[in-house]
Design a protein around this ligand. Sequence first.
Ligand SMILES: [Cu+2]
Length: 353
Amino acid sequence: MGKRRSSTTTTTTTTTTSGGTMDGGGGGGGGGMMGSACYVYPDTPATPGIRTPDVVYERSVYMNGSMTMDDGRVVPIWGFVDTATGAMGGMDAAGPFPSPPMRVNVNTIVHTRLSVGMMNGIHTIHHHGIEPADHSDGVGHVTWDVNGTYTYQWRPTSPGTYFYHCHTNTVLHAEMGMYGALIVDPPEGPGTLLSGGPTYDMEAFWVVDEIDSRWHNLSWTAGTCGEDVGLNVLRPDYFIITGVDASGTSAMNLPPISANMRMGQKCLARYVCAGYHPQRIRIPSALNPKAYISDGRALPRPMNASSFKAISGERYDIILEPTRTGNFVIEFDIVDWITGRVWGTAKTNVVVN
Ligand SMILES: [Cu+2]
């Protein structure tokens, strides 16, 4: 189908540069490593209170990825790479979009080691919805942007769907694609949503995002010196689900976005509102969609999820338990946050045999 961006990774650039400062000359676009002289990023400190981890994730970034849309247009994408698999990241590297997922059991101690530097810009990792100490929260400027290598230490306390994203020049970097799924399982592991709660037979991943292609030609520091680069104006021209153009039919019959079920099976749809405009979700009632978790917290009672609205960063864990066979279309309207205009609709489907 050729709608997904390639996942080839080049290894032309080493990425770990400790102790440097980011104060290069301004200008440039297309993800270029063009800094600005108005802010000097300090060196990154060591992580306080470090403990022996149960799980370690290694991440660097890529800033020269791309995604080919249904109309053939190629849009620049940035993201994270998993350096434990040998990927190096860098200015000329491309990686997966969305970024590699993290999946851990509740109450485990997790380290996320981020290595960046002069060759691929300054970034952070914010584990959205996880509540670590401030120094591991990864919110740029509030704590620090990583310039070198930093280990985020965190311990999830509640099962559900989360995501991680860069929090440096956040409005732009998250739009550029610097995010990935973060899943927290109960002690029983995958297949159980909540301890003593519902089980599922399969999963679908609905990470729904809008893209304003104009933004995707900005440099990584765009707007950080107070200049107006138009980041307050988001006019999306593409609508994607989990890294696939979903304006047409490309996200149909495409696992793990789409699901192919048999009667009697249960599918857990992990939905993330990864865009900025609110989204209005429609799931056919014949799929009997029930949300059990919202934003990583169990709901007091299951919520009928056949029609609801979500805003930026929200997540829902929805179990589909079809009441009949058929081919069902799931629709996500992207609704302007001010005017209420629908910019477009992302679509996928669930087939029940
Ligand atoms: Cu970033």
